[in-house]
Write a protein of this length. Structure first.
Length: 254
């Protein structure tokens, strides 16, 4: 039995020495575990900055466009710029002509005073109503009062519409006529808006300066385009200038 114990003990010792040797050999020949590399900051991470919030681009305010007809009137050297404020049509010289009833313009939707004596009504297809003073020898113009539906484009502002209407009247004036304003007055006719634009027309006849007194009245007529009433009397018939006042104050909407 002792011999068996000694053999077992010897075997155990040999196994123990082998194990220790193996551990020692592994400890001496094995390389050390590599150290974890230190984290190097990425250049992108180091220099990155927050993305800036884009600044909103302001929306430009559209520039109002001027209608072509109005732009042409503004650029017309024959017309003065319209006055900034209102001014009533003054009392013109002369004695008013007698009146008898009215002339109705069914197309324009207005009526105007019917003058007698020197004035005479004229039938025409061009206008709704027309009245004329007699021709004056040596003068290319004579007194005239007409009414008709507005012959020019209506504008947003009634003063601009009246400006176009006054420019339109130049076709009935001598060549080279210029206009200067004498009145611009917003009024009401039968509770409807209207605007009176008074002016003097300046021109030459045989080299001599002449002047006509005139006014256009733009009237807002219900259920149709505005009406235009135009009165003009040259200085050769200055005694009848007061009739322009009678026309302006005598317009009615039937």
């Amino acid at each position: 039995m002792r011999v068996i114990y000694r053999l077992i003990a010897g075997t155990a010792a040999v196994v123990g020495v082998g194990t220790v040797a193996t551990v020692v050999i592994l400890g001496r020949t094995g390389s050390e575990a590599p150290r974890a590399a230190a984290a190097v900051p990425s250049p992108l991470m180091a220099t990155a900055s927050p993305t800036p919030t884009p600044t909103p681009t302001p929306t430009p305010t559209p520039t109002p466009t001027v209608p072509a007809a109005l732009a042409a009137a503004f650029a017309d050297s024959r017309l003065e710029p319209l006055p900034d404020g209102e001014k009533r049509l003054g009392r013109l010289p002369g004695k008013p002509a007698p009146r008898r009833g009215v002339l109705k313009d069914r197309r324009a939707g207005v009526s105007i005073p019917r003058f007698t004596k020197v004035w005479r009504p004229v039938k025409t297809k061009a206008f709704g109503t027309r009245q004329d003073l007699p021709l004056v020898k040596g003068s290319p113009v004579h007194g005239m009062v007409i009414s008709l539906p507005l012959p020019v484009p209506e504008q947003e502002e009634m003063r601009d519409t009246a400006l176009l209407a006054a420019r339109w009247t130049l076709k009935y004036q001598p060549k080279g006529t210029t206009l200067s304003w004498t009145a611009m007055d917003e009024v009401t006719i039968a509770k409807r808006d209207a605007l009176v634009l008074g002016f003097n027309a300046h021109y030459k006849v045989k080299g001599k300066k002449r002047t006509s007194s005139a006014a256009v009245v733009v009237v807002d007529v219900p259920n149709r385009k505005p009406a235009l009433v135009y009165a003009v009397i040259p200085d050769t018939q200055k005694k009848a200038w007061r009739d322009i006042n009678s026309v302006v104050t005598g317009i009615k909407i039937p």
